[in-house]
Design a protein around this ligand. Structure first.
Ligand SMILES: Nc1ncnc2c1ncn2[C@@H]1O[C@H](COP(=O)(O)OP(=O)(O)OP(=O)(O)O)[C@@H](O)[C@H]1O
Length: 762
């Protein structure tokens, strides 16, 4: 068939599917209403008592309700692709692929298959010809004869793209010599960027698909260039895992860790759009403090970074070394040694006594603590001992009472023997009897109190106190630190950390250590089991943070994505994934790379690559997808007026092209305020919104934002406020920060500067 005929065929098919959807949704709504009434009546009849049938009906109702909402939503675009596949020895089938599977579950007639289903893998990874895919029952072989993508616009099917027909072969592009342009992908990438990250189910690329469907049982690290889809892929992977393991994992078992609240808001649409809900999303500090069970104000790494820039060279060195140490596995080693000494000290304990009467002997407590229960965290052992002893408490109190009786019997006999029976003796005896009875009575009461007091004192639950004690290891300093830390650095750390604590603050760098202490001393806190975690911008994590998180996640099932080229916290973050693979995961970890960038035009990527090449890491330059645009412009500014007129004309241009977002990116908050002031006071047509440190989201399209907060975000157009040689020097930090900023733009980039331009752009 000719393409036009094919398009007509697909339009008719779409009409048929929509017609079916309408009638099916009507049927489902009726079912929903029926179930609603049934539940109402059952609730009335059961009068609040437990009813198994009610529970199952409620579950069914929830499924039907969700179906109605999914199917209604699917009417706009029920599917995005079609594959024609003939399984070996079977008939050829045309399969339509969508975000959700759509079908009549009574008749088993499936109209659209889920993008996460095993066979849909062929759409993402297969090429026409002989192919196979992995199904739960084994490998299925067959032949793929069509891979078709559908371009929808406002619910209307606009065009179809068949692989190998619409893909244009370009010669001599890139090192490989030839490259395919995926027209469909290109059209998708030319769209404008909004305030939220989008899902990409229709255009997931082969190498991305491989990561999405990667085995869940090992941690996977993805080093991906800026804009290569790391965040997007990681979130799609979650949707995939929840589908693939639907019987064992639900949204609550998943944790997404991201750098800040703005970023969390930016990605917040993707999962619900993929039909995933209830996933926990937090910053790493929030999560680690939740593990500790402590509410403290965190000095975030961003706040610290801002402060660092104002510090003297000498202080900066201390701050860097402090962060480096606190993020290292050496710190874990030191904590381990501290916990060992703590264990020995904690075992230096007395008998549990009521006055001079022993209830439980210290030798027994020690044996349980140091030997029998030594596989448990310290406080868990104490709790277990307490539990075990409390069962024997009544019996032991009785024994003490017997001892008291014996003691008084001896005393009475002695008195009787030594003194004749006189009024005085009788008086004395009555006194002794009273004393004995009083003691026996009190022993019952005091035994319980002494027991509780003992354990109250012994079990120290406050991790802040524990951490303070750890920092004050003065007597054992050399032994515990293994002579690996200069005393001056330790003194500095101690003083600063204790002073933060006394003001109610905790440095982000201390959160991993506190959580680690908690795990080792108290054990795993009570919380919903985490069965998979996604860590975004992982290059900014310290090895110790990754280690602690890996200890909490069941089976170390983790998706860790990052880009070393954007590691602005390099002084404490990660500079080489090999260290993480070897030291944190002891080589039990998969590693993948993504080098193709989908965000920016060729011109923008090539421009940013010049800055990347100035970094020490020697990373492979980012490869752009074939999408051309305007060259980034370096613009020297002479005056504020010049700045305003440039900004105005750029904003006009962006608006006239129906693009949405423009970010004026400044080196720091001080520069943001400067830009804001100029744009506010001097007449300006556009309202620019300045992003503040504690903002939780970005709602506006025209914003002023400091460089470090742009991490992970993207804009149609980026304007660098002032890329002069003082704002961005030639050092490693500035080259990383500038690289982050330069890779945020999709379509346009303007680099303003006053005086001399940064050496990084020369
Ligand atoms: N396969 C794809 N099809 C269409 N768009 C894609 C694809 N992969 C990524 N993108 C788009 O590329 C942009 C960058 O994606 P994302 O933010 O996930 O990349 P990243 O690697 O996390 O970037 P960075 O590290 O620079 O923050 C997004 O707009 C995303 O929608």
């Amino acid at each position: 068939m000719e393409k036009q005929e094919e398009l007509l065929y697909e339009k008719q098919h779409l009409l048929d599917v929509r017609e079916w959807l309408n009638s099916y949704v009507k049927k489902q709504i009726k079912e929903e209403e029926k179930l609603e009434t049934k539940i109402f009546n059952m609730k009335k009849a059961s009068k609040g008592s437990y009813n198994y049938e009610l529970e199952t009906t409620e579950k069914l109702y929830a499924v039907v309700k969700k179906n109605v909402s999914n199917y209604n939503e699917a009417k706009e675009q029920p599917y995005f692709a079609r594959i024609d596949f003939r399984e070996y020895r079977k008939e050829k089938e045309s399969l339509y692929i969508g975000k959700y599977s759509l079908g009549d579950w009574d008749t088993g007639d499936e109209k659209v298959i889920d993008w996460r289903s095993p066979i849909a893998d062929l759409y993402y990874s297969g090429t026409e010809g002989k192919v196979y895919y992995k199904a739960p029952g084994g490998v299925i072989d067959g032949e793929l004869s069509l891979k078709r993508k559908f371009l929808f616009n406002d619910g209307a099917l606009e065009d179809i793209f068949d692989e190998s027909i619409n893909d244009i072969i370009l010669n001599n592009v890139g090192e490989e010599g030839t490259e395919l342009i995926d027209e469909f992908l290109k059209i998708n990438l030319e769209k404008s960027s909004g305030n939220k990250l989008k899902d990409i189910v229709a255009t997931i690329q082969k190498e991305q698909n491989e990561i999405i469907r990667w085995d869940k049982n090992l941690p996977i690290i993805v080093q991906g260039a800026a804009g290569s889809g790391k965040t997007t892929v990681a979130l799609h992977r979650l949707a995939y895992l929840l589908y693939r393991y639907k019987d064992s994992i639900v949204g609550e078992n998943i944790l997404v860790l991201a750098p800040n609240s703005i970023f969390l808001d930016y990605i917040s649409d993707v999962l619900p759009n993929l039909g995933v809900d209830k996933v926990n999303q937090r910053t790493v500090e929030e999560f680690l403090l939740k593990v500790v069970g402590s509410r403290m104000n965190v000095i975030t790494k961003d706040q610290k970074l801002t402060a660092i820039q104002e510090e003297s060279e000498q202080n900066r060195k201390f701050i860097f070394n402090e962060s480096k140490l606190k993020g290292s596995l050496l710190y874990k080693e030191i904590l381990d040694r501290y916990i060992k000494t703590l264990e020995v000290n904690e075992a230096q304990i007395d008998d549990i006594k009521i006055d001079q009467w022993t209830l439980f002997q210290s030798s027994e407590i020690k044996r349980l603590f140091l030997k029998d229960l030594n596989n448990l965290p310290i406080n868990k052992r104490k709790e277990e001992i307490k539990k075990y002893f409390s069962k024997k408490l009544g019996e032991n109190i009785k024994k003490v009472i017997e001892k008291i009786e014996l003691y008084y019997e001896y005393k009475i006999n002695k008195l009787k023997k030594e003194i004749d029976d006189t009024i005085e003796r009788r008086k004395e005896l009555i006194k002794i009897y009273d004393e004995r009875d009083e003691l026996k009575k009190n022993t019952l009461k005091e035994g319980k109190v002494a027991f509780e007091d003992y354990f109250k004192q012994w079990i120290n639950k406050d991790m802040r106190d524990q951490y303070k004690d750890f920092l004050c290891i003065d007597d054992n300093f050399e032994e515990i630190t293994g002579n690996k830390i200069p005393l001056t650095l330790w003194e500095y750390i101690k003083e600063k950390t204790l002073s933060n604590f006394s003001e109610g603050y905790i440095d982000a760098d201390d959160c991993a250590a506190m959580a680690y202490l908690k795990l080792r001393i108290d054990g795993m806190p009570k919380m919903t089991e985490i069965k998979h975690v996604v860590i975004d911008e992982a290059q900014d994590y310290s090895p110790f943070q990754l280690y602690v998180i890996s200890e909490i996640v069941t089976g170390k099932s983790m998706t860790i994505v990052g880009d070393l080229g954007q590691g602005i916290y390099y002084y404490r973050g990660i500079n080489d994934w090999n260290n993480v693979i070897n030291e944190v995961f002891k080589e039990k970890c998969s590693y993948k790379t993504l080098t193709q960038s989908y965000r920016s035009t060729i011109e923008i990527i090539e421009f940013a690559n010049t800055v990347l090449s100035k970094q020490k890491l020697n990373l492979t330059p980012t490869k752009p997808v074939i999408r051309h645009g305007a060259k980034p412009e370096l613009i020297k500014l002479d005056s504020e007026q010049d700045f305003i007129s440039q900004v105005n004309s750029i904003a006009e241009k962006i608006k006239s092209e129906n693009k949405k977002s423009v970010a004026i990116v400044c080196r720091n908050f001080a520069q943001c305020k400067e830009a804001d002031k100029i744009l506010k006071t001097k007449a300006n047509q556009i309202k620019w919104k300045m992003v503040k440190e504690n903002d939780k989201s970005i709602k506006d399209d025209f914003i002023i934002i400091p460089a470090h907060l742009t991490k992970g975000l993207e804009f149609d157009c980026v304007i660098i406020y002032d890329a002069n040689s003082e704002s961005y020097t030639a050092n490693e930090f500035d080259s990383k920060l500038l690289y982050v900023v330069l890779t945020r733009a999709l379509h346009y980039e303007y680099i303003f500067y006053k005086g001399e331009v940064t050496p990084l752009l020369k």
